[in-house]
Design a binder for this molecule. Structure first.
Ligand code: PMP
Length: 397
Protein backbone atom coordinates (compact mmCIF):
# COMPACT_ATOMS: atom_id res chain seq x y z
CA UNK A 1 0.00 0.00 0.00
CA UNK A 2 2.83 2.38 1.02
CA UNK A 3 4.60 1.63 -2.25
CA UNK A 4 1.49 2.25 -4.30
CA UNK A 5 0.99 5.67 -2.71
CA UNK A 6 4.56 6.77 -3.32
CA UNK A 7 4.35 5.55 -6.90
CA UNK A 8 1.22 7.63 -7.39
CA UNK A 9 3.06 10.68 -6.05
CA UNK A 10 5.97 10.04 -8.41
CA UNK A 11 3.52 9.64 -11.27
CA UNK A 12 1.86 12.96 -10.52
CA UNK A 13 5.10 14.79 -9.84
CA UNK A 14 7.51 13.55 -12.48
CA UNK A 15 5.48 11.97 -15.27
CA UNK A 16 4.11 14.92 -17.24
CA UNK A 17 0.34 15.08 -17.16
CA UNK A 18 -1.80 16.96 -19.61
CA UNK A 19 -5.03 15.43 -18.35
CA UNK A 20 -6.47 17.09 -15.27
CA UNK A 21 -7.91 13.77 -14.18
CA UNK A 22 -5.68 10.86 -15.23
CA UNK A 23 -7.25 7.46 -14.65
CA UNK A 24 -4.23 6.64 -12.50
CA UNK A 25 -4.47 2.86 -12.37
CA UNK A 26 -1.27 1.37 -10.91
CA UNK A 27 -0.79 -1.31 -13.57
CA UNK A 28 0.43 -4.71 -12.46
CA UNK A 29 0.14 -7.04 -15.43
CA UNK A 30 -2.12 -7.66 -18.38
CA UNK A 31 -3.37 -10.69 -20.25
CA UNK A 32 -5.97 -11.12 -22.97
CA UNK A 33 -8.82 -8.65 -22.48
CA UNK A 34 -7.79 -7.98 -18.86
CA UNK A 35 -5.51 -5.55 -17.06
CA UNK A 36 -4.73 -6.22 -13.37
CA UNK A 37 -3.66 -3.46 -11.01
CA UNK A 38 -0.92 -3.96 -8.42
CA UNK A 39 -3.51 -4.88 -5.81
CA UNK A 40 -4.89 -7.61 -8.03
CA UNK A 41 -8.12 -5.89 -9.11
CA UNK A 42 -9.10 -7.10 -12.58
CA UNK A 43 -10.31 -4.70 -15.26
CA UNK A 44 -11.83 -5.56 -18.62
CA UNK A 45 -10.10 -3.40 -21.22
CA UNK A 46 -13.15 -2.42 -23.23
CA UNK A 47 -11.13 0.13 -25.25
CA UNK A 48 -8.13 -2.10 -26.08
CA UNK A 49 -5.73 0.62 -24.89
CA UNK A 50 -7.49 2.85 -27.44
CA UNK A 51 -7.57 0.64 -30.54
CA UNK A 52 -4.19 -1.01 -29.92
CA UNK A 53 -4.60 -4.43 -28.33
CA UNK A 54 -6.56 -6.15 -31.12
CA UNK A 55 -4.89 -9.47 -30.26
CA UNK A 56 -5.29 -8.85 -26.54
CA UNK A 57 -2.62 -7.94 -24.02
CA UNK A 58 0.59 -9.96 -23.89
CA UNK A 59 -0.46 -12.49 -26.50
CA UNK A 60 2.04 -15.36 -25.98
CA UNK A 61 3.02 -15.42 -29.67
CA UNK A 62 3.72 -11.68 -29.64
CA UNK A 63 5.67 -11.93 -26.38
CA UNK A 64 7.78 -14.80 -27.80
CA UNK A 65 8.51 -12.83 -30.97
CA UNK A 66 9.55 -9.77 -28.96
CA UNK A 67 11.82 -11.80 -26.69
CA UNK A 68 13.47 -13.66 -29.55
CA UNK A 69 14.13 -10.51 -31.60
CA UNK A 70 15.34 -8.49 -28.58
CA UNK A 71 17.96 -11.17 -27.98
CA UNK A 72 19.01 -11.19 -31.69
CA UNK A 73 19.33 -7.46 -32.31
CA UNK A 74 17.52 -4.24 -31.50
CA UNK A 75 18.40 -0.88 -33.05
CA UNK A 76 21.25 -1.12 -35.57
CA UNK A 77 20.98 1.87 -37.86
CA UNK A 78 18.59 4.66 -38.85
CA UNK A 79 15.62 3.62 -40.98
CA UNK A 80 16.07 2.25 -44.46
CA UNK A 81 19.81 1.55 -44.61
CA UNK A 82 20.29 -2.05 -43.51
CA UNK A 83 18.31 -5.09 -44.55
CA UNK A 84 16.58 -6.29 -41.41
CA UNK A 85 14.65 -9.52 -41.66
CA UNK A 86 11.86 -8.58 -39.21
CA UNK A 87 11.12 -5.54 -41.42
CA UNK A 88 11.23 -7.35 -44.74
CA UNK A 89 9.21 -10.32 -43.47
CA UNK A 90 6.58 -8.04 -42.02
CA UNK A 91 6.47 -5.74 -45.07
CA UNK A 92 5.84 -8.79 -47.27
CA UNK A 93 3.05 -10.06 -45.01
CA UNK A 94 1.46 -6.61 -44.80
CA UNK A 95 1.63 -6.08 -48.55
CA UNK A 96 -0.23 -9.40 -48.83
CA UNK A 97 -3.28 -8.09 -46.95
CA UNK A 98 -3.31 -4.48 -48.21
CA UNK A 99 -5.58 -3.59 -51.10
CA UNK A 100 -3.51 -3.41 -54.31
CA UNK A 101 -1.69 -1.37 -55.52
CA UNK A 102 -0.69 -0.30 -51.96
CA UNK A 103 2.48 -2.32 -51.52
CA UNK A 104 5.31 0.00 -50.48
CA UNK A 105 5.60 0.64 -46.77
CA UNK A 106 7.46 3.43 -44.99
CA UNK A 107 7.73 2.46 -41.32
CA UNK A 108 7.48 5.05 -38.56
CA UNK A 109 6.73 4.93 -34.82
CA UNK A 110 3.24 6.37 -34.37
CA UNK A 111 0.02 7.46 -36.00
CA UNK A 112 0.96 11.15 -35.92
CA UNK A 113 4.21 10.46 -37.72
CA UNK A 114 2.45 8.25 -40.25
CA UNK A 115 0.11 11.12 -41.13
CA UNK A 116 2.96 13.65 -41.22
CA UNK A 117 4.80 11.44 -43.68
CA UNK A 118 1.69 10.89 -45.80
CA UNK A 119 0.99 14.63 -46.07
CA UNK A 120 4.60 15.35 -47.04
CA UNK A 121 4.47 12.60 -49.64
CA UNK A 122 1.28 13.97 -51.19
CA UNK A 123 2.80 17.46 -51.45
CA UNK A 124 5.93 16.15 -53.10
CA UNK A 125 4.12 13.82 -55.50
CA UNK A 126 1.53 16.35 -56.66
CA UNK A 127 3.64 19.52 -56.42
CA UNK A 128 0.59 21.16 -54.82
CA UNK A 129 0.14 22.60 -51.35
CA UNK A 130 -3.50 22.56 -50.25
CA UNK A 131 -4.55 19.95 -47.71
CA UNK A 132 -8.16 19.08 -47.09
CA UNK A 133 -9.36 17.44 -43.92
CA UNK A 134 -12.67 17.09 -42.07
CA UNK A 135 -14.51 18.61 -39.17
CA UNK A 136 -14.06 16.60 -35.95
CA UNK A 137 -11.13 14.71 -37.44
CA UNK A 138 -8.27 13.53 -35.26
CA UNK A 139 -4.96 12.65 -36.90
CA UNK A 140 -2.46 13.18 -34.08
CA UNK A 141 -0.89 15.90 -32.02
CA UNK A 142 2.31 17.06 -33.75
CA UNK A 143 2.18 20.49 -35.40
CA UNK A 144 1.54 19.33 -38.96
CA UNK A 145 -1.33 17.02 -38.10
CA UNK A 146 -2.60 19.39 -35.45
CA UNK A 147 -3.11 21.79 -38.36
CA UNK A 148 -5.55 19.37 -39.95
CA UNK A 149 -7.34 18.43 -36.74
CA UNK A 150 -11.02 19.18 -37.09
CA UNK A 151 -11.47 21.11 -33.88
CA UNK A 152 -10.84 24.83 -33.55
CA UNK A 153 -10.32 24.84 -29.77
CA UNK A 154 -7.40 22.42 -29.99
CA UNK A 155 -5.93 24.11 -33.08
CA UNK A 156 -6.30 27.72 -32.12
CA UNK A 157 -4.12 27.60 -29.03
CA UNK A 158 -1.11 26.60 -31.12
CA UNK A 159 -1.25 28.97 -34.07
CA UNK A 160 0.45 29.70 -36.40
CA UNK A 161 0.00 26.29 -37.94
CA UNK A 162 0.32 24.92 -41.47
CA UNK A 163 -1.23 27.24 -44.07
CA UNK A 164 -3.50 26.16 -46.92
CA UNK A 165 -5.66 23.77 -44.91
CA UNK A 166 -9.40 23.53 -45.42
CA UNK A 167 -11.96 21.55 -43.44
CA UNK A 168 -15.06 19.99 -45.02
CA UNK A 169 -18.09 18.46 -43.35
CA UNK A 170 -17.78 14.67 -43.10
CA UNK A 171 -20.49 12.91 -45.15
CA UNK A 172 -21.35 16.05 -47.16
CA UNK A 173 -21.21 15.14 -50.85
CA UNK A 174 -21.91 18.79 -51.63
CA UNK A 175 -18.71 19.88 -49.86
CA UNK A 176 -16.60 17.67 -52.11
CA UNK A 177 -16.66 20.44 -54.74
CA UNK A 178 -14.01 22.22 -52.66
CA UNK A 179 -11.51 19.53 -53.69
CA UNK A 180 -9.86 21.03 -56.78
CA UNK A 181 -6.77 20.90 -58.98
CA UNK A 182 -4.99 22.88 -56.24
CA UNK A 183 -5.50 20.13 -53.69
CA UNK A 184 -2.49 17.98 -52.83
CA UNK A 185 -4.12 15.69 -50.29
CA UNK A 186 -7.47 14.81 -48.82
CA UNK A 187 -6.90 13.20 -45.43
CA UNK A 188 -9.84 11.32 -43.94
CA UNK A 189 -10.63 8.69 -41.33
CA UNK A 190 -12.95 6.31 -43.22
CA UNK A 191 -14.76 5.90 -39.89
CA UNK A 192 -14.24 8.98 -37.72
CA UNK A 193 -13.00 7.82 -34.31
CA UNK A 194 -12.62 10.71 -31.90
CA UNK A 195 -15.70 12.40 -33.38
CA UNK A 196 -17.60 9.66 -31.52
CA UNK A 197 -17.50 6.95 -34.21
CA UNK A 198 -19.16 8.44 -37.27
CA UNK A 199 -19.53 6.05 -40.19
CA UNK A 200 -19.56 7.11 -43.84
CA UNK A 201 -22.96 7.19 -45.49
CA UNK A 202 -23.53 4.79 -48.39
CA UNK A 203 -21.69 6.02 -51.47
CA UNK A 204 -19.86 8.87 -49.71
CA UNK A 205 -16.35 7.40 -49.83
CA UNK A 206 -16.95 6.37 -53.46
CA UNK A 207 -17.92 9.96 -54.34
CA UNK A 208 -14.84 11.22 -52.51
CA UNK A 209 -12.63 8.75 -54.39
CA UNK A 210 -14.11 9.90 -57.68
CA UNK A 211 -13.60 13.58 -56.93
CA UNK A 212 -9.96 12.98 -55.92
CA UNK A 213 -9.31 10.98 -59.09
CA UNK A 214 -10.90 13.74 -61.23
CA UNK A 215 -8.80 16.50 -59.66
CA UNK A 216 -5.55 14.59 -59.13
CA UNK A 217 -5.67 15.12 -55.36
CA UNK A 218 -4.24 12.18 -53.43
CA UNK A 219 -6.72 10.44 -51.16
CA UNK A 220 -5.24 9.43 -47.80
CA UNK A 221 -7.12 7.07 -45.51
CA UNK A 222 -6.09 7.38 -41.88
CA UNK A 223 -6.64 3.78 -40.75
CA UNK A 224 -4.82 4.26 -37.46
CA UNK A 225 -7.95 3.20 -35.53
CA UNK A 226 -9.80 1.22 -38.19
CA UNK A 227 -6.89 -0.97 -39.30
CA UNK A 228 -6.13 -4.59 -38.49
CA UNK A 229 -9.59 -6.04 -38.32
CA UNK A 230 -11.44 -3.57 -36.13
CA UNK A 231 -14.26 -2.97 -38.65
CA UNK A 232 -14.57 -6.64 -39.60
CA UNK A 233 -12.15 -6.53 -42.54
CA UNK A 234 -8.39 -6.10 -42.42
CA UNK A 235 -8.89 -2.43 -43.34
CA UNK A 236 -11.87 -0.10 -43.68
CA UNK A 237 -10.78 0.43 -47.30
CA UNK A 238 -11.73 -3.20 -47.94
CA UNK A 239 -14.89 -2.90 -45.85
CA UNK A 240 -16.14 -0.01 -48.01
CA UNK A 241 -14.56 -1.10 -51.29
CA UNK A 242 -12.65 2.17 -51.78
CA UNK A 243 -8.87 2.20 -52.25
CA UNK A 244 -6.98 5.34 -51.23
CA UNK A 245 -3.71 6.50 -52.79
CA UNK A 246 -1.99 6.46 -49.40
CA UNK A 247 -2.98 4.67 -46.20
CA UNK A 248 -1.69 5.40 -42.71
CA UNK A 249 -1.43 2.79 -39.96
CA UNK A 250 -0.34 2.55 -36.31
CA UNK A 251 -1.97 1.52 -33.01
CA UNK A 252 -2.87 -2.20 -33.41
CA UNK A 253 -0.14 -2.65 -36.00
CA UNK A 254 2.62 -3.48 -33.52
CA UNK A 255 0.61 -5.91 -31.39
CA UNK A 256 1.29 -3.66 -28.37
CA UNK A 257 4.69 -2.34 -29.50
CA UNK A 258 5.08 1.15 -31.03
CA UNK A 259 4.91 1.02 -34.82
CA UNK A 260 3.27 3.01 -37.58
CA UNK A 261 3.48 3.30 -41.34
CA UNK A 262 2.36 5.19 -44.39
CA UNK A 263 1.74 2.99 -47.35
CA UNK A 264 1.50 3.83 -51.06
CA UNK A 265 2.25 2.33 -54.47
CA UNK A 266 6.03 2.47 -55.11
CA UNK A 267 5.50 4.94 -57.95
CA UNK A 268 4.11 7.49 -55.46
CA UNK A 269 6.52 6.62 -52.64
CA UNK A 270 9.49 7.27 -54.94
CA UNK A 271 8.74 11.00 -54.67
CA UNK A 272 10.59 10.99 -51.32
CA UNK A 273 13.74 9.62 -52.95
CA UNK A 274 14.94 12.67 -54.87
CA UNK A 275 15.09 16.49 -54.76
CA UNK A 276 15.85 16.13 -51.92
CA UNK A 277 16.92 12.55 -51.35
CA UNK A 278 16.03 11.44 -47.82
CA UNK A 279 12.68 13.22 -48.13
CA UNK A 280 11.61 11.58 -44.88
CA UNK A 281 13.92 10.42 -42.12
CA UNK A 282 13.41 8.47 -38.91
CA UNK A 283 15.83 6.88 -36.47
CA UNK A 284 13.60 4.26 -34.87
CA UNK A 285 10.84 3.80 -37.47
CA UNK A 286 10.31 0.10 -38.20
CA UNK A 287 12.19 -0.98 -35.09
CA UNK A 288 13.06 -4.68 -35.50
CA UNK A 289 11.42 -5.68 -32.22
CA UNK A 290 8.22 -3.83 -33.18
CA UNK A 291 8.22 -5.44 -36.64
CA UNK A 292 8.69 -8.91 -35.13
CA UNK A 293 5.77 -8.21 -32.79
CA UNK A 294 3.70 -6.87 -35.70
CA UNK A 295 4.23 -10.02 -37.77
CA UNK A 296 3.26 -12.21 -34.82
CA UNK A 297 0.13 -10.08 -34.24
CA UNK A 298 -0.84 -10.27 -37.90
CA UNK A 299 -0.47 -14.06 -37.80
CA UNK A 300 -2.62 -14.28 -34.67
CA UNK A 301 -5.36 -12.26 -36.40
CA UNK A 302 -5.06 -14.37 -39.54
CA UNK A 303 -4.91 -17.82 -37.88
CA UNK A 304 -7.84 -17.03 -35.60
CA UNK A 305 -9.83 -15.54 -38.49
CA UNK A 306 -10.45 -12.69 -36.06
CA UNK A 307 -11.49 -9.95 -38.51
CA UNK A 308 -14.21 -12.23 -39.93
CA UNK A 309 -15.55 -12.94 -36.42
CA UNK A 310 -15.96 -9.24 -35.61
CA UNK A 311 -19.43 -8.82 -37.15
CA UNK A 312 -21.01 -11.51 -34.99
CA UNK A 313 -19.37 -10.21 -31.80
CA UNK A 314 -20.49 -6.67 -32.59
CA UNK A 315 -24.04 -7.89 -33.24
CA UNK A 316 -24.06 -9.60 -29.84
CA UNK A 317 -23.00 -6.36 -28.11
CA UNK A 318 -25.70 -4.46 -29.97
CA UNK A 319 -28.33 -7.04 -29.06
CA UNK A 320 -27.42 -7.23 -25.37
CA UNK A 321 -27.09 -3.47 -24.93
CA UNK A 322 -30.79 -2.72 -25.16
CA UNK A 323 -31.51 -0.16 -22.43
CA UNK A 324 -33.68 2.93 -22.13
CA UNK A 325 -30.61 5.11 -21.39
CA UNK A 326 -29.02 4.20 -24.72
CA UNK A 327 -30.14 6.56 -27.47
CA UNK A 328 -28.08 5.01 -30.24
CA UNK A 329 -25.19 2.63 -30.86
CA UNK A 330 -23.01 3.94 -33.71
CA UNK A 331 -20.13 2.29 -35.42
CA UNK A 332 -18.67 -0.38 -37.62
CA UNK A 333 -17.60 -3.79 -36.35
CA UNK A 334 -16.04 -3.58 -32.89
CA UNK A 335 -15.53 0.18 -33.11
CA UNK A 336 -18.68 1.26 -31.32
CA UNK A 337 -19.96 4.38 -29.58
CA UNK A 338 -22.80 3.93 -27.11
CA UNK A 339 -24.64 7.24 -27.14
CA UNK A 340 -26.41 8.35 -23.96
CA UNK A 341 -27.04 11.91 -25.14
CA UNK A 342 -26.15 13.23 -21.68
CA UNK A 343 -22.62 14.19 -20.60
CA UNK A 344 -23.29 14.01 -16.86
CA UNK A 345 -24.89 10.62 -17.00
CA UNK A 346 -22.06 9.44 -19.19
CA UNK A 347 -19.48 10.45 -16.60
CA UNK A 348 -21.40 8.58 -13.93
CA UNK A 349 -21.59 5.50 -16.14
CA UNK A 350 -17.88 5.58 -16.99
CA UNK A 351 -16.91 5.90 -13.34
CA UNK A 352 -19.48 3.29 -12.28
CA UNK A 353 -18.00 0.90 -14.84
CA UNK A 354 -14.51 1.64 -13.55
CA UNK A 355 -15.61 0.64 -10.04
CA UNK A 356 -17.04 -2.57 -11.49
CA UNK A 357 -13.75 -3.30 -13.27
CA UNK A 358 -14.66 -2.26 -16.82
CA UNK A 359 -12.51 0.34 -18.60
CA UNK A 360 -14.13 2.66 -21.08
CA UNK A 361 -14.11 6.40 -21.77
CA UNK A 362 -15.68 9.11 -23.88
CA UNK A 363 -14.25 10.57 -27.08
CA UNK A 364 -12.09 13.64 -27.66
CA UNK A 365 -14.89 15.40 -29.56
CA UNK A 366 -17.94 13.63 -28.11
CA UNK A 367 -18.56 13.56 -24.37
CA UNK A 368 -22.00 11.98 -24.44
CA UNK A 369 -21.03 8.50 -25.68
CA UNK A 370 -18.71 5.78 -24.37
CA UNK A 371 -16.49 3.42 -26.29
CA UNK A 372 -16.99 -0.28 -26.85
CA UNK A 373 -13.88 -1.36 -28.74
CA UNK A 374 -12.43 -4.40 -26.98
CA UNK A 375 -9.62 -6.68 -28.13
CA UNK A 376 -10.90 -8.70 -31.09
CA UNK A 377 -10.09 -11.95 -29.25
CA UNK A 378 -13.01 -11.32 -26.89
CA UNK A 379 -15.27 -14.38 -26.56
CA UNK A 380 -19.06 -14.63 -26.64
CA UNK A 381 -19.06 -15.58 -22.96
CA UNK A 382 -16.98 -12.53 -22.06
CA UNK A 383 -19.29 -10.28 -24.09
CA UNK A 384 -22.29 -11.63 -22.19
CA UNK A 385 -20.60 -11.04 -18.83
CA UNK A 386 -19.55 -7.50 -19.73
CA UNK A 387 -22.95 -6.55 -21.11
CA UNK A 388 -24.58 -7.72 -17.88
CA UNK A 389 -22.26 -5.35 -15.98
CA UNK A 390 -22.96 -2.52 -18.43
CA UNK A 391 -26.70 -2.93 -18.00
CA UNK A 392 -26.35 -3.09 -14.21
CA UNK A 393 -24.35 0.15 -14.16
CA UNK A 394 -26.78 1.85 -16.55
CA UNK A 395 -29.62 0.86 -14.20
CA UNK A 396 -27.80 2.50 -11.29
CA UNK A 397 -26.89 5.78 -13.02
N1 PMP B 1 -5.10 9.01 -36.33
C1 PMP B 1 -6.14 8.53 -35.65
C2 PMP B 1 -7.41 8.23 -36.39
C3 PMP B 1 -6.07 8.34 -34.27
O1 PMP B 1 -7.13 7.88 -33.60
C4 PMP B 1 -4.86 8.65 -33.61
C5 PMP B 1 -4.68 8.45 -32.11
N2 PMP B 1 -5.81 8.43 -31.35
C6 PMP B 1 -3.79 9.15 -34.36
C7 PMP B 1 -3.94 9.30 -35.72
C8 PMP B 1 -2.48 9.52 -33.72
O2 PMP B 1 -1.77 8.39 -33.37
P1 PMP B 1 -0.59 8.50 -32.30
O3 PMP B 1 -1.18 8.84 -30.99
O4 PMP B 1 0.05 7.13 -32.37
O5 PMP B 1 0.35 9.56 -32.81
Amino acid sequence: MGNAISRRQLFLQHVAQTSLAPMGMDAGHAEGIYIYDTEGKRYVDLIAGVAVSNVGHCHPEVVAAVQAQAARYMHLMVYGEYIQQPQTDYAQALAGILPPPLDCIYFVNSGSEANEGALKLAKRFTGRTETIAFKNAYHGSTQGVLSVMGDEIFRNAFRPLLPDVRHLAFNSVDDLRHITCRTAAVLIEPVQGEAGVVTPQAGYLQALRERCSQTGALLIFDEVQTGFGRTGQWFAALRYGVTPDIMTLAKAMGGGMPLGAFVAPREIMNALQSRPALGHITTFGGHPVSCAAALAALNVLRKGNLPAAVAEKAALFRRLLAHEAIKEIRGEGLMLAVELGDARRLQQVVSGLWDEGVITEWFLFCNTAFRVAPPLIITEEEIREICAVLVKVLNNC
